[in-house]
Structure formats: C-alpha cells, structure tokens
Design a protein around this ligand. Structure first.
Ligand code: CO
Length: 294
C-alpha cells in the first residue's frame, strides 16, 4: 500500500515536467449552416449525441454560419444560436485550450471556405487564445469518406425501399467553389453502386433535369426522395417534397411517377455521424500551428 502511495506521489510530482501528460482542456465546436425548421433538429441532435459520447464531459458548442437563419431564429423564436465568432468566445470562456472544430458541411464548398476564413481571422485577432485549433473537414473529402457514406446511405435506404424503386437524393450545390465537383463524383459513385440511385442538387451544376430522362429510360414507376443534406430543412420540405409545381416531387408526379419522401437529414443516417467523428479525430489541420511547406 505504502509503495503504491509513494509511487502515486512520485508520479504526481513528475507530472509538471511531463507536458504530454498534462492534457489541456479539450472542447468541440460543431459548425453547421443552420436551419430554422424545427422538424430538422433531430438530425443535429443525433450528431450532438455522437459527439457527447465520444468526448464525455467536454464542452460541445454549436455555431451556425448562416446569419440569416440566426437572425430569423432570434426574431421568430427568441432563440439564440451562436455565430462562429461568438462560439469561439464561448469555448474560450469555458476554458477550452485544445479546440476541435468540426465542419458539418457535406462538401468543401463555399460555406466551408467561409468557416476556414473566419477561424483564421479570429486566430489572427486573438493570438494564443487556444493552444490548438484542429479543423475537421466536411463529410466528403476522401474516397474512404465516399465509401463509408455510400454504405451508410444504402443501408438506410434498404430499409425503406422496395425492389425496383428508384431513389433521388437532393444535395445542396453551389455556383462557387469546388463543392459541385464533389457532388458530381458522389452522384457517379452512388449510381455505380446502384443504377437506380441518383443524386442531383437544388443549386449549382448538378441539376435535376438531367435525372428525369434517365428515370424514364430505366422504366421506373416509383421514386423515393431523400435529402442529401445534414438536415431535412427548407429545401427538403419545399424544393424536394413540397406541393408547388417546381418541386422535384411535383415534377416527377407530372411525368407519371409515384413518389414518396423520406425527410431525414444525414445526421439520422446511421454511420454518418461516425464519418464526421473520424474527421474530428484524424485531422492534422491545426490552424493555430499551420504547417509550413518547404
Ligand atoms: Co440553400
């Protein structure tokens, strides 16, 4: 007993000289575009649950990048969601020194570039506030990501779909940035895995118009609609499944297809939060100590 106690004491005294053992308070900042649709929240909550499990006892703070959505929530629901700048202040206030920021965007498009710029700007204005600021990149960045997301998504769809039914996924898309290229490749990759699964986007270059004739060619009669976004928010409820003439559901019905909408965000697709978590754990991108190229 005495030996153990003195050993513990020796270890305790040794600790200050062993910086590797003196772990800095770690915290997580989850950054999403944001949503003002209540029914979209379970997807964000599922992601949060996964992070709270993976980082027990650590602060898990949220930020929305969309000013419009944050203002709308404040105005209409009296709800305060933090901006990235405010969330960084909050993490610092909670004593976080080793910060893990995770982008919950689907591709490294416009919104992700904006997040990177905001983080760099804040680090420049507040040098030394955090020891590390690790940036976890969006859902789809590597071939492994695509493989894991496809497996998760196909598993999710298998439970909801009858043989012979087609699936149309709605991604977001951007006119700017490389996000559309990622979505175009994802569309190709999903369709190569299952010739009846199509991905198009509500904005940007991967238009739904290109999918319609392919569905007709395949002789499909029923189409399952599912958002390929973190949340099933405004786009999913209106542009995908809404009753207006321009929605994808209406356009499909007008062409004689039967449709069914599965309005769940990607956070509720089993396996997807784990891809984000892997990015959070494995990122080597420390914005507080950027690697120099030789
Ligand atoms: Co949008």
């Amino acid at each position: 007993m005495r030996l153990l106690a003195s050993l513990a004491l020796a270890l305790l005294l040794l600790l200050p000289s062993l910086p590797a053992l003196a772990a800095s308070p770690e915290g997580v900042l989850l950054v999403a575009f944001g949503t003002s649709v209540d029914s979209a929240l379970p997807s964000l909550q599922a992601v949060e649950r996964a992070y709270k499990q993976a980082y027990p006892g650590r602060p898990v703070v949220w930020a929305y990048t969309s000013d419009i959505i944050r203002k709308k929530l404040a105005r209409e629901q009296g709800l305060r969601v933090l901006s990235v700048k405010e969330a960084l202040d909050e993490c610092s206030r909670q004593g976080v020194v080793d910060l893990r920021v995770q982008s919950l965007h689907v591709t490294g498009g416009e919104e992700f570039s904006m997040l990177e710029r905001m983080l760099v700007r804040s680090l420049t204005l507040n040098p030394g506030r955090f020891e590390h600021v690790w940036l976890g990149h969006p859902l789809l960045e590597s071939s492994r990501d695509l493989e894991e997301v496809r497996a998760a998504l196909f598993g999710h769809l298998a439970k909801r779909r009858q043989p012979g039914e087609a699936v149309v996924l709605m991604g977001h898309g951007n006119d700017r940035g490389p996000g559309d290229l990622t979505l175009a490749y994802a569309a190709h990759y999903f369709n190569a895995g299952d010739g009846l699964v199509y991905l198009a986007s509500v904005e940007g270059a991967n238009a739904f118009d290109k999918v319609l004739p392919q569905l007709r060619e395949k002789g499909v009669t029923k189409v399952l609609l599912q958002p390929f976004m973190l949340v099933a928010g405004d786009h999913a409820n209106n542009d995908l499944a809404g009753g207006e003439d321009e929605s994808w559901a209406s356009r499909l019905k007008a062409q004689g297809f039967e449709t069914e909408a599965e309005l769940t965000g990607l956070g509720l697709v089993e396996g997807v939060p784990q891809v984000y978590l892997r990015h959070t754990r494995e990122t080597g991108d420390d914005l507080a100590h950027p690697k120099k190229s030789d």
